[in-house]
Ligand binder design. Structure first.
Ligand SMILES: Cc1cc2nc3c(=O)[nH]c(=O)nc-3n(C[C@H](O)[C@H](O)[C@H](O)COP(=O)(O)OP(=O)(O)OC[C@H]3O[C@@H](n4cnc5c(N)ncnc54)[C@H](O)[C@@H]3O)c2cc1C
Length: 284
């Protein structure tokens, strides 16, 4: 077998740690198990950069089915939708019609809808798409602290009554739009988090960075804000379950066949964290 064949199998096996499986039932079954440990899920149907209307309609149908199933099974679960999965890379109308159908069905079924954030070329339109939908406490948007614009975006989103899920950011970006180092993205995460504690009633701190999580716990003791923690499935589930004994915790749980783009982002982060760990133990 070729090296690429072996690495392909390894990558698929690793992706299996992070992804529930191919079917809705796989994500629901894992959510049931997470719920038993007082932990909710944020279920995402894998798919992005869709340019074919038929495929974006399939994604819409999948989310409608998922929302009904979460409600029927009374699960502690929300959903996460990628803007380019529901039509943003096709045209505005497709995306806004699909998003409004998802949000309105989710409101009826009492399911929370998160809008994921993708590459910065989509940030402006993703925020507009989010704001175009109803915001009655059941929709929220992801904001990436590695983007230079994010502090400003959070301020204006809060004026519109938005709910924020704060992350560091997972895409390759130019230094003109993003901070080039993880340290700067972390510092900006801390600044935005302080702003959220002062100005937001409800938000999610979505990171595996224990320093930031501990900071958030400390700040929450002096705040009325209702905060939750988010982590990606398969990275630090043990820590998430411990945290869930005293806090509101959700694990981001993707399912579906289009695992490659998601798997590669996680693989890149896994490689980075191994490099960081090695550098800590290597002789200076
Ligand atoms: C709930 C949730 C939703 C998200 N939604 C989005 C989104 O919509 N858009 C977006 O751009 N990004 C999203 N992300 C990803 C996020 O932007 C980061 O890329 C990812 O969370 C890693 O950053 P970190 O904050 O954990 O900090 P880092 O500094 O990258 O990592 C902190 C520590 O976590 C551990 N770690 C992190 N990743 C891995 C890994 N793959 N394998 C093993 N250990 C690891 C390591 O110990 C590392 O030192 C989301 C993340 C979460 C938790």
């Amino acid at each position: 077998m070729s090296i690429t064949g072996i690495s392909g199998i390894l990558e698929k096996a690793l992706a299996g740690r992070w992804i529930a499986g191919e079917k809705i039932e796989d994500a629901l079954e894992i959510t049931e198990r997470m719920n038993l440990r007082n932990t909710g899920s944020i279920i995402n149907y894998l798919g992005e950069s869709i340019t074919d209307k038929k495929k974006s309609n399939e994604a819409l149908e999948k989310y409608m089915e998922l929302i009904s199933a979460i409600n029927k099974k009374k699960l502690k679960a929300s959903i996460a939708v990628k803007p380019t999965q529901i039509g943003l890379s096709i045209d505005w109308k497709t995306a806004s019609v699909n998003y409004s159908k998802i949000v309105s069905h989710a409101r009826k079924k009492n399911v929370f809808v998160w809008m994921d954030m993708e590459e910065s070329i989509y940030t402006e339109r993703s925020i507009a798409l989010y704001l175009s939908g109803a915001r009655n406490g059941n929709t929220g948007i992801c904001i990436q602290s590695y983007l230079r614009r994010s502090l400003h975006d959070v301020k204006s989103l809060l004026e519109e009554g938005s709910i924020i899920r704060l992350v560091k950011g997972a895409y390759k970006e130019d230094s003109s739009s993003a901070f080039p180092t993880r340290a700067e993205a972390t510092a900006n995460f801390a600044s935005i988090m302080s702003l959220l504690f002062k100005n937001s009633e409800r938000f999610m701190v979505a990171t595996h960075d224990k320093g930031l999580i501990e900071k958030a716990i400390k700040m929450s003791k002096k705040s009325e804000a209702e905060i939750s923690f988010g982590m990606l499935n398969g990275i630090m589930n043990g820590y998430a379950y411990e945290l869930a004994k005293n806090h509101d915790v959700y694990l981001y749980l993707p399912f579906g066949k289009e695992w490659v783009a998601y798997g590669y982002r996680r693989l890149k982060e896994l490689r980075n964290s191994i490099l960081i760990a090695r550098s800590l133990f290597s002789k200076q």
